[in-house]
Design a protein. Structure first.
Length: 319
């Protein structure tokens, strides 16, 4: 009898606690509605710069989301792309550690409190050094990353930070749902490349008939390899937007890849006056020859594409 009574008490406590959470959430939303700010009204000039005051009401963005957007975030000489699709979030790369504070602020301004997926294309610092900060500050359901080892302190820190999280090593052709969109792994064919860049996990995201292709730092060898594989296995590469591989290095974005992707828009995520001379003139010429309109984070800051309507619309988040 005592056990039964104790069970009733636990149920009552659970019900009361649930009602409290629901009331708190409704109150949070009601006070937050009038505080919502649009991403395109905020600004930043270069990575690491505070993009202005956070809304403070992330649940409003998360629960009220009714759109599909792609944010090419200006993290200097690095990569970080936020994809939001009807309340679901994916982060492709996290940039370097020195831009982690800015990245967290930007993500929070978009209402992000959790990620369905964080994709680490590969283990170079300019793509993943800020990952431990992301794992600490946000709820991460799954990490998608390549299955190879890298002998650096950055790699060790990332592995340590994710040790209690769900980690997936994808195979080419794997697909993941994100809201109303779909994410397809388009490379690499395997993780046996000697050059780590060629082990980059590349994805194609499509929603509402619009698409973007991201290949990390995949270079010529990987490009030729996955082009042949994807053609044989009917994996779609044709995309409206192409994020230029390896920040516009001449080691990537071959004519063969551009023929397959046929992008209307090419975006280059690159640091201003970077030491590598990215993007290379040869790459810019190839992109122009393929009819792509070129956007650059070093010139335009964070670039946001809206996939919600019949046509892709674009805004710059600049100051």
């Amino acid at each position: 009898m005592k056990k039964k009574a104790f069970g009733y008490i636990l149920i009552a406590v659970g019900v009361i606690f649930s009602i409290f959470l629901i009331r708190a959430a409704l109150l949070y939303l009601r006070h937050g509605v009038n505080e919502r700010t649009d991403v395109v009204t905020e600004s930043t000039t270069e990575a690491g710069t505070d993009a202005s005051t956070e809304s403070g009401f992330p649940f409003v963005e998360l629960l009220g989301a009714n759109s599909a957007t792609v944010h090419i975030i200006d993290v200097g000489q690095g990569n970080s792309i936020l994809i939001q699709d009807h309340g679901h979030n994916l982060l492709y790369d996290c940039g370097n550690y020195d831009t982690s504070d800015y990245l967290v602020k930007y993500l929070r301004k978009q209402g992000v409190i959790s990620f369905d997926y964080v994709v680490l294309s590969h283990y170079d610092a300019d793509h993943c050094a800020a990952a431990p900060t992301i794992f600490e500050k946000f709820i991460v359901s799954s990490i998608i990353e390549p299955d190879y080892e890298h002998d650096t302190e950055t790699y060790k820190h990332v592995m340590e930070a994710q040790r209690f999280l769900d980690v997936k090593h994808p195979s080419i052709g794997d697909t993941y749902m994100l809201g109303d969109g779909i994410v397809t792994v388009i490379c690499p064919t395997d993780y046996d490349f000697e050059e780590g860049n060629n082990n980059s996990v590349g994805i194609r995201y499509e929603s509402n008939g619009h698409s973007i292709l991201l290949t990390g730092d995949a270079e010529v060898e990987s490009e030729y390899d996955f082009l042949e594989y994807d053609k044989e296995h009917d994996i779609e590469l044709d995309s409206d937007i192409y994020l230029a591989g390896h920040h516009g290095s001449n080691s990537s974005s071959t004519n063969s890849l551009l023929d397959a992707v046929s992008p209307e828009i090419a975006v280059i995520s690159v640091g201003k006056d970077n030491e590598y001379g990215h993007p290379k003139e040869e790459v810019l010429e190839r992109l122009k020859e393929h009819g792509a309109e070129i956007y650059r984070t070093d010139e335009q800051g964070t670039i946001v594409f809206d996939f919600t309507g019949e046509e892709i619309t674009q805004n710059n988040v600049t100051e």
